[in-house]
Design a protein around this ligand. Sequence first.
Ligand SMILES: Nc1nc2c(ncn2[C@@H]2O[C@H](COP(=O)(O)OP(=O)(O)O)[C@@H](O)[C@H]2O)c(=O)[nH]1
Ligand SMILES: [Mg+2]
Length: 183
Amino acid sequence: MCLLLGATGVGKTLLLKRLYKISLKESLDELGEPPPTLPTVGTNLTDIAVNKRKITIRELGGCMGPIWPSYYGECEAVIFMIDAANPTQISSSCIQLLSVLAAEQLQQTSVLILFNKVDLPCHMSLVEMKSLFRMDDIIACAKQRLSVLEVSSRDGRGLEDVLKWLRSHCKGKQLPRSSSETQ
Ligand SMILES: Nc1nc2c(ncn2[C@@H]2O[C@H](COP(=O)(O)OP(=O)(O)O)[C@@H](O)[C@H]2O)c(=O)[nH]1
Ligand SMILES: [Mg+2]
């Protein structure tokens, strides 16, 4: 089980829809227009097939922040998403990220930080984002293995690397042969 965390509207649901589609076709071609997403009420579970394994990703919305920890026990990896085109959210995202990294149950967990929406012309550069987040200090202090990627759930940029990261950090469950053939 991988947790997908981040503030409301950063693009978590669209990321799940895109990863699901890519994992079916194993190609980034023909992603097409982004499907509409509705604000997630509660949590959203998506199974993604990678290398004949099933990896379950659970999206938890920003407003559920207070109960994020109740899901930490069952989690083997965390993806933390940030909207790179929304500077007003940075300080609250930073605080949420620090509380995730400080959680007792997540000390051994790999964490992937995604700067999403890099297709928008107004997005901040990776250098700007890293310095606003003091990413070097965070990486130096964190016990977890941290990776950082720039992505666009809209045009698909970087999503292959997200799948690669999932493949190497989540064990997942073996898919039964028949269902892996039909998927
Ligand atoms: N331009 C752009 N818009 C995005 C991207 N990812 C998500 N969005 C849009 O942001 C809005 C919120 O997305 P959603 O996935 O519902 O966010 P969530 O609340 O984190 O689940 C939707 O209108 C998405 O189409 C992206 O990479 N680029
Ligand atoms: Mg959502």
